[in-house]
Design a protein around this ligand. Sequence first.
Ligand code: SF4
Length: 168
Amino acid sequence: MIRILRQIFRTGIVTDPAPRCDDPKITTGEITLPDSVLKRFKRSLTVREVDAGSCNGCELEIHAINNPIYNCEQFGIHFTASPRFADILLVTGPVTKNMEIALRRTYDAVPTPKLVIAVGDCGCNGGIFGESYASLGGVDKVIPVDIYIPGCPPTPTDILNGFYKIFL
Ligand code: SF4
């Protein structure tokens, strides 16, 4: 234990400092989720993310909304591993044939009322992968979609704005 503490002390902090957030939509509070979330969901907007065949580019941006800069929890948005606790399904990727049944089952497991957000060009319409022997195309080919967030990949701000559309 002492050896580990010494090592930590000697090494110091090696990570880069967090970048400043220059995104005016975040810094000026243009995204006004808190009141909306409070009104409709009592600050309990729980999201289950499903990768239905993504290249993981969209996932990296979705992860970013959890970081200290975008900090989606300040808006009352948090992620869950279980669809049974979820209000919203966030789905990325063109739906591959191998993921079709899993996506349908996950959708069925989310209690109603439920919302589905398709993230990225692939989730919206199949994107660069389109429809093929392995891919069914956009998410709405398999389950109903309420909100589309295009982009390849969409930025964290685009994704947060997509959530905002729920409350308009
Ligand atoms: S939209 Fe772009 S980043 Fe997202 S899964 Fe498709 S190819 Fe990857």
